[in-house]
Design a protein around this ligand. Structure first.
Ligand SMILES: CC(C)(COP(=O)(O)OP(=O)(O)OC[C@H]1O[C@@H](n2cnc3c(N)ncnc32)[C@H](O)[C@@H]1OP(=O)(O)O)[C@@H](O)C(=O)NCCC(=O)NCCS
Length: 133
């Protein structure tokens, strides 16, 4: 298994939650955040696997601080580990608040994907010298 440092330059996704994504506390639903993270991580994993991937595990999820309605959410993701057929992607979500004057770390997690063949079974990942961020 290869472990990578994985620089995070630009967010993979930037998105603004909608009023329907709010729970009774006035915070954004955890499930909404999770799905944005899965989408962003899937983009990075599919790029690395050079083909289709499926999420096999989500670990180390931390909801550090609430996301509020007017936050702009940036989802950063980088390859942390490459196995034989699996790729682990570290995901971090930052909320930009008060018209960009404040950046708050809100959520992080480790998403593991498996590269799939045409029968939806695990396929070996081709190794690149430099994993993409
Ligand atoms: C992904 C899937 C094809 C893997 O099939 P499988 O029979 O479990 O495959 P394997 O046991 O050979 O494991 C494949 C790789 O995944 C890794 N893996 C399996 N379960 C894991 C887990 N819980 N956590 C981390 N890695 C895991 C294995 O270590 C292996 O990695 P490696 O080849 O790099 O060593 C199958 O589990 C599946 O179809 N799951 C549903 C996927 C899906 O629908 N995702 C969307 C959820 S809504």
């Amino acid at each position: 298994m290869t472990t990578t440092g994985g620089a995070e330059r630009d967010p993979i996704l930037r998105v603004v939650p909608k009023p329907g994504d709010i729970n009774a506390n006035g915070h954004i639903f955890g499930g909404w955040v999770l799905s944005q993270m899965d989408i962003a991580a899937g983009i990075v994993a599919a790029r690395e696997a050079d083909g289709p991937v499926a999420t096999v595990a989500i670990e180390a999820m931390e909801f550090i601080a609430p996301i509020l309605l007017q936050d702009l959410i940036s989802v950063y993701a980088h390859v942390e580990r490459i196995g034989r057929t699996s790729i682990a992607i570290r995901v971090r979500v930052v909320a930009s608040r008060d018209r960009g004057s404040r950046e708050v770390d809100v959520t992080s997690g480790l998403f593991t994907f498996v590269a799939l063949d045409e029968n939806h079974r695990p396929r070996p990942v081709k190794r690149d010298a430099t994993p993409s961020a």
